[in-house]
Design a binder for this molecule. Structure first.
Ligand SMILES: NC(=O)c1ccc[n+]([C@@H]2O[C@H](COP(=O)([O-])OP(=O)(O)OC[C@H]3O[C@@H](n4cnc5c(N)ncnc54)[C@H](O)[C@@H]3O)[C@@H](O)[C@H]2O)c1
Length: 283
């Protein structure tokens, strides 16, 4: 089946980014969220990023308008009935994702692949919510989506080779470089990245260093483009905590225990850049 209409569930930082790269590749996109204000915010973010591209001479005003014109807004999951491929990028919460996949399985045409952008929830567990496990796969974009080249592709135990190949080809169509990871908690990217971020939070918690010194050590000492605490703020501290909990639950190993300070920040609503405050303050 030719993919012409691409569905995205969730219009947050990842969903909006995925919708943008899909529309830039020429697909028609339906971007869905639970409230109109969330979809509007996602659209405004895309507009802002594309406008920056126009200012820098990377695209023309007409191209920007054409890309925006290909993105339709939706607050009814039932709109996914016209999608040929769907990526879910809603909040990193098992309950929410399970319900979305149950509903999508009912709503979408039977040949449609249902991908998830989950950072760490096992693909097999999400696939089991549907009657089409062979068409469920992880398509894990990196943040910020328009900039980052990698897409981790994660087949579950039941995912077919055809689903894998179509998803791999789609990532390339979006101008990305795919890499395959097998279905274990955290896959490759977050199995390695998140324990490092969590350890940086422990360093802050134990008073080993200030937020600035921890980030400076990793930037200048290890040549990382961003310090781990600034990166945690960019990812979202709620997402970081959810990933650590998935690793901890999945491996039952205390080395993955989320730092109490990370939990405390999330409970206070200090979710990072998207909330205006995390380990750092943002205007
Ligand atoms: N932030 C990152 O760096 C990053 C990187 C890779 C993957 N991810 C994953 O992408 C997903 C989204 O993360 P994000 O950073 O965009 O979060 P976010 O908080 O910016 O956005 C999540 C969006 O999902 C919406 N949502 C919640 N329930 C929904 C439902 N039932 N139907 C439709 N929309 C719903 C919310 O309203 C919100 O707009 C998560 O699974 C996360 O783990 C995040």
């Amino acid at each position: 089946m030719e993919i012409k209409t691409f569905g995205v569930i969730g219009a947050g930082q990842m969903g909006a980014g995925i919708a943008q790269v899909a529309a830039m590749s020429g697909l028609n996109v339906i971007m869905n969220d639970i409230k109109a204000e969330f979809v509007d915010k996602g659209l405004a973010n895309i507009d802002k990023i594309l406008s920056r591209g126009v200012e820098k001479g990377k695209m023309s005003e007409e191209e920007k308008k054409a890309v925006l014109g290909r993105i339709g807004a939706s607050i009814r999951l039932a709109d996914m009935a016209s999608a040929d491929y769907v990526v879910e990028a809603a909040t990193e919460n098992e309950k929410i994702k399970f319900q979305i996949f149950k509903d999508l399985d009912e709503i979408c045409k039977e040949q449609v692949i249902l991908a998830t952008n989950t950072s760490s929830i096992p693909i097999g567990r999400i696939a089991a919510q549907t009657g089409r496990a062979e068409k469920v796969i992880g398509m894990h974009f990196m943040n910020p989506v328009p900039v980052m080249k990698l897409v981790e592709i994660i087949p579950g135990l039941a995912t077919s080779n055809e689903t894998f190949q179509i998803t791999w080809d789609l990532a390339e169509k979006f101008g990305k470089t795919p890499a395959k990871a097998n279905d274990y908690p955290g896959f490759i990217a977050n199995r390695i990245l998140l324990p490092m971020i969590n350890e940086a939070v422990y360093c802050l918690y134990h008073g080993v260093g200030s937020r600035e010194d921890i980030d400076t050590v990793m930037k200048l000492g290890m040549n990382h483009p961003m310090g781990p605490l600034a990166l945690a703020d960019l990812i979202g501290l709620d997402t970081c905590l959810a990933i650590m909990e998935t690793l901890h639950d999945g491996f039952k190993d205390s080395k993955y225990r989320p730092c109490p300070l990370l939990r405390k920040y999330v409970e206070a609503g200090w979710l990072g850049k998207k909330a205006g405050r995390g380990f750092y303050e943002y205007k």
